[in-house]
Design a protein around this ligand. Structure first.
Ligand code: APR
Length: 239
């Protein structure tokens, strides 16, 4: 695949760039996607969206932790792929770069991406159910209870039936309305409000580029659709 000349030219002169990623950017690292087939995850007989729900945190928090501990242990073995590394390089390349991810897997951070907007939280963090104090689990074991208030901890991940972290979408939307170039990488663009970000960018005049081996509901809105795997397509921008 060749990067089309107009896109290459816009990429070369862009200053304000936003990248929105979904599960597909981690597929080549071995993280199953949600809807890309093969991941109708069922845990102890419970469908994915039941065990990963706010209602389950109320009903059976230990079961929720068992499920997230299992996923975290799987992720611990996995590494970023060339798409994650290329995106990490872009934070140095562009004057105003914003990475917005729907992923909770921490692979962007592992590849060196620092400042990013995590729309759905992060599986490597725990959060107090009462005072919201957050605890990293990257190196540390999670505490049994909150050191600040003694209350129970839960995964710091947006569960089904929950709102996004306060201000996260608003900040992402503000960056989307300012960017010149918007990349949408590895998302089915079915889940809102995340899927609204490229629409906001487009409406504000940005050049929108989709990277996905399959077409999505967003493809017709894009100025450029690069059909392929993120780990193979994004490194082409280095050339
Ligand atoms: N490179 C790029 N895209 C890929 C690749 C790849 N190697 N492999 C698969 N894809 C694409 C699929 O074609 C699909 O369009 O990634 C997309 C994955 O879509 P989903 O599984 O729906 O994941 P995502 O869009 O991130 O889901 C959004 O839904 O379940 C919730 O909270 C969860 O964050 C998630 C949100």
């Amino acid at each position: 695949m060749q990067i089309p000349a107009e896109l290459r030219e816009r990429f070369a002169r862009a200053r304000r760039v936003l990248v929105l990623t979904g599960a597909g950017v981690s597929a080549e690292s071995g993280v199953p996607t949600f809807r890309g087939g093969g991941n109708s995850a069922v845990w102890r007989g419970m469908p994915f969206d039941v065990i990963s729900s706010a209602e389950m945190v109320e009903r059976d928090l230990p079961a929720v932790w068992e499920w997230f501990d299992y996923r975290r242990n799987l992720l611990a073995e996995l590494n970023p792929n060339p798409a994650h590394y290329e995106i990490a390089r872009w934070q140095e390349r562009f004057a105003e770069f914003t990475l917005v991810t729907q992923n909770v897997d921490g692979l962007h951070q592992k590849a060196g991406s620092r400042k990013m907007i995590e729309l759905h939280g992060n599986i490597w963090r725990a959060r107090c159910t009462a005072c919201d104090t957050a605890y990293s689990m990257v190196q540390e074991r999670r505490p049994d209870a909150c050191f600040e208030c003694g209350d129970l901890l839960r995964p710091d991940v947006v569960l089904f039936g929950e709102m996004l972290p306060p201000g996260a979408f608003e900040l992402a939307a503000a960056c989307a309305s300012q960017c010149e170039l918007c990349f949408v990488v590895g998302t089915s663009a079915l889940v809102y409000p995340a899927a609204a970000l490229p629409e906001i960018a487009k409406a504000a005049g940005a050049y929108v580029v989709e990277v996905n081996p399959e077409r999505t509901p967003l493809s017709s809105l894009c100025d450029e659709v690069l059909t392929g795997k993120a780990g193979e397509v994004l490194p082409l921008f280095q050339r």
